[in-house]
Write a protein that binds this ligand. Structure first.
Ligand code: PNS
Length: 160
């Protein structure tokens, strides 16, 4: 049986911190399904299509990584995929509260669902998509924070 997991998120845009979690998840799981959420409550810089495209481009050579968009509850996406293991990255204690709540409510909605937390590498512990966007907007250097292809898309969006 193949060990599969879903790594859900907004990925607006994907950062080196996310990529690090995906690479490490691939050491534990045979296949990782990256679930890019279309969240009507959250205003994103990039459309769902753009966010999926950025992630797909990064993992195009990795047959063990699949990228899909989803809308609605994570548990419903899990049921559609028939995959009941979620991966979430933890950067610091401050992430824990929210992640703990989400993990509990997801298990309440779907008892077979479990969340596996991976600690983000220390060098990415302060990184977030929101901060990357702020730095990019004011033309700061983001080359250490995101893959080159994502840096180029961010520059196109903010600098044109
Ligand atoms: O990258 P993010 O924004 O931290 O990802 C958050 C995400 C997509 C994992 C979370 O918002 C989510 O699971 N949304 C789907 C709605 C849902 O199922 N929420 C949990 C139960 S209320």
């Amino acid at each position: 049986m193949r060990r599969q997991a879903i790594y859900p998120g907004s990925f607006d845009p994907i950062t080196n911190g996310h990529c690090d979690i995906i690479q490490r998840a691939l050491m534990i799981f045979d296949e990782v399904y990256i679930g890019v959420i279309e969240n009507p409550d959250k205003k994103t810089l990039f459309s769902i299509e753009e966010r999926i495209q950025m992630v797909q481009a990064l993992f195009k050579d990795s047959a063990r990584v699949h990228v899909e968009g989803f809308e609605g509850l994570l548990v419903d996406f899990a049921k559609i995929k028939n995959i009941y293991t979620m991966i979430r990255g933890l950067r610091a204690v401050s992430d824990f509260d929210y992640e703990c709540q989400m993990s509990h409510i997801n298990r309440h909605l779907c008892p077979q669902l479990d969340t596996v937390f991976l600690m983000t590498d220390a060098k990415y512990s302060y990184l977030s998509s929101s901060l990357v966007k702020q730095v990019a907007r004011y033309r700061g250097n983001i080359s250490q924070f995101v893959p080159a292809s994502v840096e180029s898309v961010l520059k196109d969006r903010y600098y044109e």
